[in-house]
Design a protein. Structure first.
Length: 115
């Protein structure tokens, strides 16, 4: 089992920045990829960014050039640096970790961007 704990959400004005962190614990050796999804009110959960153990990175088109995902394997932590935030980035951000057999989710952290 893998447990994920996110931190770093909050309220920020448009144009501002936030950095999300997600720490994994448990059977972390089984993790292949980590990343972030988000879900806005009334919307489906959508991919934000993912990074694999091999360093492959995928971003949603809506965040390319503004968000940066990184991973510290030694600390079992994945980060999401979010710059130039827009009101449409407002959502609950969920950390994920993929093993060979299942996907794990964190509890989510709220990001609110005011205009």
């Amino acid at each position: 089992q893998v447990q994920l704990v996110e931190s770093g959400g909050g309220l920020v004005q448009a144009g501002g920045s936030l950095r999300l962190s997600c720490v994994a614990s448990g059977t972390t050796f089984s993790i292949n990829a980590m990343g972030w999804y988000r879900q806005a009110p009334g919307q489906q959960r959508e991919l934000v960014a993912v990074i694999t153990s091999g360093g492959y990175i995928n971003y949603a088109d809506s965040v390319k050039g503004r968000f940066t995902i990184s991973r510290d394997t030694a600390k079992n932590t994945v980060y999401l640096q979010m710059n130039s935030l827009k009101p449409e980035d407002t959502a609950v951000y969920y950390c994920l970790a993929d093993s060979r057999v299942r996907r794990y989710w964190g509890q989510g952290t709220q990001v609110t961007v005011s205009s």
